[in-house]
Design a binder for this molecule. Structure first.
Ligand code: DGL
Length: 252
């Protein structure tokens, strides 16, 4: 699995729950985080490089735990890499289907919200539902630093989410894998009646379907790589997934 950084750990949680027998290698491309401000060409280049690296490490399936990388690079990855690829995209379809107010918000990176893939997703699945796209400004940086509660996080989350209260949205789609780590703060602001849609479970189930009938070659084990310094990721892992793990550097 990979992401620009640590946000994809929200998908890692779902994948390791769904596939407890399987060894999982997670790569955080922290030398290039945030992906939301990169060009399409850069995202394709990074995604292919990482895909080849993980394939060489023995991966039999690749989960792109990043909406932004999916929107830029998944078609090219599917052509260039010899293993099945599970992508992730904002849960617009289930949110639009379930909406009673006819208004939903999609929170994602600027890149994602401007991508052709996102516009096609809206065309195919929003129907008559009105979609309010909103970037979570500064949220990726909060999660990367493990600052997912406290005053700074609360203020940055409120700046995006509070204005939505007046908009009569009944679903907020978390269209960036970093954002589920801020879900408790979002929930505090919107109250119990607004649904937060996170597509991680769907991607995990898709991975399980593709691996059905296959047995893991190695015993269970979790490996973590970062393309940047290892210390910050080591420090933040327990905050995000409740457990420390050794982190290795990937010089790619
Ligand atoms: N976690 C990523 C996503 O799902 C990208 C965040 C970023 O690096 O901008 O879109």
């Amino acid at each position: 699995m990979f992401d620009s950084g640590l946000g994809g750990l929200s998908v890692w949680r779902a994948v390791t729950r769904e596939l407890p027998e399987w060894p999982v290698t997670y790569l955080a491309d922290q030398a290039y985080v945030p992906y939301g401000s990169k060009s399409r060409e850069q995202l394709i280049e990074r995604s292919l490089r990482i895909g080849h690296f993980l394939h060489e490490q023995g991966a039999s399936l690749l989960v792109v735990a990043c909406n932004t990388a999916t929107s830029a690079a998944v078609d090219t990855m599917r052509k260039e890499l010899p293993i099945p690829i599970v992508a992730i995209e904002p849960a617009v379809k289930p949110a639009a289907r379930a909406s009673r107010t006819g208004r939903i918000a999609v929170l994602a990176t600027e890149f994602m919200l401007q991508s052709a893939r996102f516009h096609s997703l809206l065309q195919r699945h929003a129907g008559t539902v009105e979609v309010l796209p909103r970037p979570g400004r500064g949220w990726v940086e909060l999660v990367e630093a493990g600052r997912i509660d406290g005053d700074e996080a609360r203020e940055k989350v409120a700046a995006v989410v509070e204005p939505l209260l007046a908009e009569n949205v009944d679903h907020i789609v978390l269209g960036c894998t970093h954002y589920p780590f801020l879900a408790p703060l979002i929930r505090d602001i919107v109250g119990p009646d607004v649904v937060l849609d996170d597509p991680a479970e769907g991607s995990a189930r898709r991975a399980a379907d593709l691996l059905a009938g296959k047995a893991p070659q190695k015993p269970n084990g979790y490996r973590f790589y970062t393309t940047a310094d290892t210390a910050p990721m080591s420090d933040v892992l327990p905050v995000l997934i409740g457990h420390p793990y050794p982190v290795q550097h990937a010089g790619i």
